[in-house]
Design a protein around this ligand. Structure first.
Ligand SMILES: Cc1cc2nc3c(=O)[nH]c(=O)nc-3n(C[C@H](O)[C@H](O)[C@H](O)COP(=O)(O)OP(=O)(O)OC[C@H]3O[C@@H](n4cnc5c(N)ncnc54)[C@H](O)[C@@H]3O)c2cc1C
Length: 328
């Protein structure tokens, strides 16, 4: 019998079939061992959530949350969501739309947030949960749904599992507050994404532009390997034409197909200078830069400590101070 702790009830409901199949008699020892495994998982998950949210949490600041307690992700705790539809949006990325319990209520997630997904894919053995964050990409105030865009990695445990889900299947997840967006705190925000790192940027772009009070200018710079890696192109183009002077999207493709017109190369100093994103430019006095991409890209941009404690990295060279840089 699994524990009845509220925190874990949906989790066990979701995984009960798996647990019963994989843990035969003696039942008591089984239940205890299971409890230990889940307790260990919960400690790990709690530590993860604490570390991520502790960096930025500023209670009560929300650009889109209405404060209603009845929304599924207004509070802390695991929720089980049913998959409504799954659609391939490029060669390796799926858009997964999950139903919220009440079709008339939005998720309760605030700008910006991610969901920590927990699964026990059969390929990962019995005991170890797979825990990975994903960033909802639909407007946070959309009633009835939460949407994830998930890139499939070769041998990816969670991305493979999520890509295998069929409508009606469920996932278990927990909200993680990310950067707490405050309208008009910055005049300009530069969002630098690599690959699937577009998702937190897209959530922010939609949330900022949907708020008529928020006048922040947004420049998105999205680096991808090839043209086929790009998705959301139509949506970003529509936002750019709807909000001229407020939002622009720039694509940087390292291996472009012949004949296409994207900027070629990597998101480096030259590209950011050409796009007018130096921190010392007069028009960028109150700029914030946000970065989300693969480790090599983040390292090149944010650098580290050089010889004798000096700072390195493209953003440092462009005049950004550490408190102007946020990394998802
Ligand atoms: C805050 C946050 C939000 C995120 N939001 C999204 C999102 O919305 N959509 C999305 O698709 N992903 C997102 N991610 C990444 C996601 O959490 C997983 O890391 C990713 O899906 C890989 O997990 P996996 O279990 O499939 O791969 P793993 O089983 O962990 O790894 C499989 C293989 O893929 C490689 N790999 C894993 N991640 C990367 C990477 N980022 N770059 C290059 N190689 C990699 C590993 O080195 C390994 O070889 C987010 C990450 C963070 C921190």
């Amino acid at each position: 019998m699994p524990p009845t702790n509220n925190l874990f009830r949906p989790f066990f409901a979701h995984n009960s079939r798996l647990l019963h199949r994989t843990f035969p008699t003696p039942r008591r020892a089984e239940a205890m061992t299971t409890q230990v495994a889940f307790a260990a998982a919960a400690v790990g998950i709690g530590a993860y959530v604490y570390m991520r949210s502790g960096a930025t949490a500023a209670p009560g600041t929300s650009a889109t949350g209405s404060g209603s307690d009845t929304k599924p992700f207004s509070g802390f705790g695991f929720r089980t969501l049913k998959l409504h539809s799954s659609e391939l949006v490029n060669h390796n990325t799926k858009k997964l739309r999950f139903e919220l319990p009440d079709p008339n209520q939005s998720s309760g997630l605030t700008l910006s947030s991610a969901l920590l997904t927990v699964s026990f894919p059969p390929s990962n053995g019995r005991w170890t949960p797979v825990v990975r964050p994903y960033t909802p990409t639909n407007p946070l105030d959309e009633p009835g749904f939460v949407e994830l865009m998930v890139k499939l990695y070769p041998d990816g445990k969670q991305s493979g599992y999520l890509h295998s889900l069929k409508p009606g299947d469920t996932i278990t997840c927990l909200r993680i507050p990310e950067y707490v967006w405050q309208p008009n705190k910055h005049e300009h925000v530069a969002l630098i994404a690599g690959g699937a790192g577009i998702t937190p940027m897209y959530q922010l772009i939609q949330g900022i532009l949907a708020n008529p009070e928020d006048k922040t200018r947004i420049t998105l710079v999205w680096g991808v390997n090839g043209d086929r890696d790009i998705f959301l192109k139509k949506e970003l183009a529509e936002l750019q034409s709807k909000y001229p002077g407020r939002f622009r999207a720039e694509y940087v493709v390292s291996q472009p197909e012949a004949g296409l017109t994207y900027r070629k190369g990597y998101v480096d100093r030259k590209v950011l200078e050409e796009l007018g994103l130096g921190a010392n430019d007069e028009k960028n006095k109150n700029i914030k830069v946000m970065v989300c991409g693969p480790p090599a890209m983040e390292k090149a941009l944010k650098g580290g400590k050089g010889p004798f404690g000096s700072k390195t990295g493209v953003l440092h060279e462009l005049g950004y101070k550490p408190d102007q840089i946020y990394s998802f």
